[in-house]
Design a protein around this ligand. Structure first.
Ligand SMILES: [Cu+2]
Length: 170
């Protein structure tokens, strides 16, 4: 009887905590780090954009596998004349907005996920339309002068959400 009463009391508190946190921040963001380990980039993709005069965004998962902090300062790609690290958030009134994040520092073993609705690399001044299946080289730039080049494939938001790799018809 006592146990049931405690559970009953605990439930409203849990439900409350859940609604107060924005969804992207809830994930366990860690990865394996070691002495001599390195920074890795996984699942890089770019959102397709038919309108070359509009903007699009690049997304990826970044893991600091090393034993010292690293700071991502930006990203470059041949498909965009201008890029900026952004974060989308939902304000108190429910309005969605985005703002530059500035440099992002990852502790050893920390993972930062860039994804729709959260952090993203805004790609502006596009060199042309970005079609699903196109490839784009992304170069992530770090404060210590290091850079990491990865190949990103263009996908629609729907394909990205459903795990389709953008290679339809291949
Ligand atoms: Cu943005």
């Amino acid at each position: 009887m006592k146990k049931a009463a405690l559970l009953f009391l605990a439930l409203p508190a849990l439900a409350c905590a859940r609604t107060e946190e924005p969804a992207p921040a809830q994930k366990a963001l860690s990865c394996v780090s070691s002495e001599g380990g390195s920074v890795s980039v996984e699942n890089a993709w770019v959102r397709e954009q038919q309108d070359a005069s509009a903007m699009t965004a690049a997304y990826f998962s970044l893991c600091n596998g090393g034993s010292a902090p690293v700071t991502l300062i930006g990203l470059s790609t041949p498909i965009a004349g201008m890029t900026e690290l952004h974060e989308t958030s939902r304000g108190e009134n429910g309005a969605v907005s985005m703002a530059p994040t500035g440099a992002i520092t990852l502790a050893p073993g920390e993972r930062v996920i860039f994804e729709p609705g959260g952090k993203h690399a805004m790609l502006m001044s596009l060199s042309g339309p970005v079609a699903s299946g196109d490839h784009a080289a992304l170069t992530l730039e770090f404060e210590d002068g290091a850079s990491i080049a990865v190949d990103a494939v263009a996908k629609s938001l729907v394909d990205a959400a459903t795990g389709n790799d953008g290679h339809d018809g291949h």
